[in-house]
Design a protein around this ligand. Structure first.
Ligand SMILES: [Zn+2]
Length: 233
C-alpha cells in the first residue's frame, strides 16, 4: 500500500512492545524533491558538493576527479556573501576580487593517519588558493595526471586553510566497484551543481535591489483593518 506509513515488523522496538514506523513507503522524495529520507545519523548538505574545510592537525584523503581545473573570480560582500565575478555590476559594488582554483573530488572517510575506513565516498569541492594550487600543479606535472592518485592534505593552519599536500598512492576509488558506481552516478546527476557552494552571479538589478536602499520599493503588507482605516470604509 503506497502512501501509508509502514509498521516495521521484526524490529527490535516491536519486540519490546513499542511500535515503530518507516517512511520509505511514502515515496516522499518522489512527491517532493526537497525531502530526503535516510537512516538517523545521516546529514543533509546545503549543496551537492560542499567545500572541504581543513582542520589543523587533521589529515584529509582526497582524490581529484577531473584533469581540468575550474578557476573562479570571487568577491565577498558583507551583505550579500560570496559573489561569483562575471565582470559586470559586481565589480562596481566590490573592489576586491580573489581567485580560487576548484576541483570536484571524493573525500574518503579515514582515521587520523589517513587510512581509509569505509567505502562511503563523500563528494566535495576542493577549493584552493594560489599557494596550494601550485603544489597540486607540481604533483600533476610530475605524475602526468592529477586524477590517478590519492592526495593527503595535512592542515597546518585552520584559519588560513593551509595544507601540505602529498601523494598517497594510486586513486583508491578507481579500483573499488562500489565507489566507481556511486561516484559515476553522482557526477552524472549533480555535475551541473558543482560550484553552487562557491556562490552565484547577480544581475545589476538584483544587486541594486539588495544594496541600494533608494531603489527598493516599500511593499509592506497592509492588514484589512488598516486598509479600512485608510479608506474609511
Ligand atoms: Zn566582479
Amino acid at each position: 500500500m503506497a502512501n501509508e506509513l509502514d509498521v516495521i515488523s521484526g524490529n527490535s522496538a516491536i519486540a519490546t512492545g513499542k511500535p515503530t514506523f518507516s517512511l520509505s513507503s511514502l515515496n516522499l522524495a518522489q512527491n517532493c524533491p526537497a525531502v530526503v529520507v535516510a537512516p538517523t545519523g545521516s546529514k543533509l548538505s546545503k549543496y551537492p558538493f560542499p567545500k572541504i574545510k581543513f582542520e589543523e592537525g587533521r589529515r584529509c584523503r582526497v582524490a581529484i576527479l577531473t584533469e581540468e581545473v575550474m578557476m573562479i573570480k570571487l568577491h565577498y560582500h558583507p551583505e550579500v556573501g560570496y559573489i561569483l565575478c562575471d565582470g559586470g555590476a559586481c565589480c562596481r559594488y566590490c573592489d576586491k576580487v580573489s581567485i580560487k582554483y576548484c576541483y570536484p573530488c571524493v573525500m574518503y572517510e579515514t582515521d587520523n593517519s589517513g587510512r581509509i575506513l569505509s567505502n562511503k565516498p563523500d563528494m566535495r569541492l576542493l577549493v584552493l588558493g594560489g599557494e596550494m594550487y601550485d603544489q597540486i600543479s607540481l604533483l600533476s606535472e610530475i605524475g602526468g595526471s592529477i586524477t590517478g592518485m590519492d592526495l593527503l592534505f595535512s592542515c597546518t593552519s585552520t584559519q588560513y586553510q593551509k595544507c601540505q599536500v602529498t601523494q598517497a598512492g594510486p586513486a583508491t576509488w578507481v579500483s573499488n566497484e562500489e565507489m566507481v558506481r556511486y561516484i559515476t552516478e553522482y557526477m552524472k546527476s549533480n555535475g551541473s551543481k558543482i560550484i553552487d557552494a562557491m556562490g552565484r552571479t547577480y544581475t545589476a538589478e538584483e544587486l541594486a535591489a539588495k544594496l541600494d536602499p533608494g531603489t527598493i520599493t516599500d511593499q509592506k503588507c497592509i492588514s484589512a483593518d488598516a486598509l479600512s482605516d485608510i479608506y474609511k470604509v
